[in-house]
Design a protein around this ligand. Sequence first.
Ligand code: ADP
Ligand code: GLC
Length: 485
Amino acid sequence: MSELKVLSVVSEVFPLVKTGGLADVAGSLPLALVAENIAVRTLVPGYPAVKAGIGKAEAVHTFDHLFGGPARLLAAKAHGLDLFVIDAPHLYDRPGGPYVGADGKDYPDNAIRFAALGAVASGIGFGLVPAFVPDVVHAHDWQAGLAPAYLHYAGGRRPASVTTIHNIAFQGQFPRQLMPALGLPPHAFAIDGVEYYGMIGFLKAGLQLSDRITTVSPGYVGEILLPEGGMGLEGLLNLRRSALHGIINGLDTEVWNPATDALIAAPFDARTIKARVANKAALKGRFGLDLDAKALLFGVVSRLSWQKGLDMLADSLGTLLDLGAQLAVLGSGDPWLAERFTGAARANPGRIATVLGYDEALAHLVQAGCDALLVPSRFEPCGLTQLSAMRYGALPVVARVGGLADTVVDVNEMAKAAGVGTGVQFSPVSAPALQGALRRTGALWADQPTWRKIQRNAMATDVSWRLPAAQYARLFRDVVAERAA
Ligand code: ADP
Ligand code: GLC
């Protein structure tokens, strides 16, 4: 098996910069691909957090003019990752997040900021850095969506291109007037190019012009081919059906390892599962919940957004309290949802508690200490928190959608008889169905031997990158062979 070189092109990467699961995937898949003899370099924008986090870096290329200013391409190693960093202060050196400024609004020049990401990726694809000429350019989400377009329109012998959809709700659409600024040929603004409903579509471009498309679960493949799930791109995806593959995400099982986790109160494994009680107590202490040891403790670790369906949970708190259960919510995002949970916590002290904000360490403690993790998403391309929940012996209670449906085995009657379930699924995605799931979880909790069995099943589930990495490797090798033919 010869070595293959892959350039991963992405707008966030754990642990340097993260707003969600995309960063987790970008930060862990490359490490898993080593076992497949695939050498990945990851191209990321040089936000302040990235530049501060990489330590010593070497300039491997200088641009006199990259979309409005001078820039450098840096090579660095950090956290086991081989990185290329675009050091372009005029594009990335700003206070605020990767996409949104300190004022809470998208940066007005996001089209240019991420066009630069795609253009540099294409440059590397054509040999900008002789020491690393990739066989495959792997573009993640809309921010990298123009990489396949720049490769395509440059003409000549190019590497293979793959676009991965992590969330089709974010498509990166911009006014057509920006075409000249992007440096793509005018004829690229066409239905078989970057044009999308009269605008420039970054994700659309990637889906149209890359050799393969993947998304992060087979279940989500089925959903994005339909109008409701495809969010406008279902027509194109149906045309490209034979190029579209679903590969489930894995977890970095070193970052998420309950036996060695320094971020939790008491490490444990499947044999010492009883030690979870110490984490439950620590979690309750942190959240100010009553130390009612018998009560079933539900947890949430989530962005607070419509996608995640947590408004349905807010509508179902009466059911949860009627069960004698408690709830710990760790979330950040939309103020209207945050207010619902802080309000519920104020009204039910000791029973419901909310910590607002983004707190990586506390996320680990919630996973280690809660009994069941709620993920009532309206749609979920893959989802990672249900995977870490399983690894930490917290039973996932999930909506039967996308990757949640693919990763959690519902403890229905037959599964229980066969001893194989790992959590609870509910469908349709509605507050009454969620309430039914809360009651089912309560009934399972009342049957502790069965609960323990499900916990063990969950903890024994392989949620690592082992199998998914092999699937990516195969896809990369196939597409490279196809281009060589
Ligand atoms: P998404 O990317 O749609 O937000 P995922 O489940 O794929 O959903 O990934 C979410 C990631 O972000 C997980 O690593 C999860 O632990 C983390 N996360 C989400 N919300 C928070 C939070 N408020 N604090 C800490 N980590 C969080
Ligand atoms: C997106 C999706 C989430 C997925 C993550 C990583 O943020 O919302 O379901 O797990 O990307 O692929």
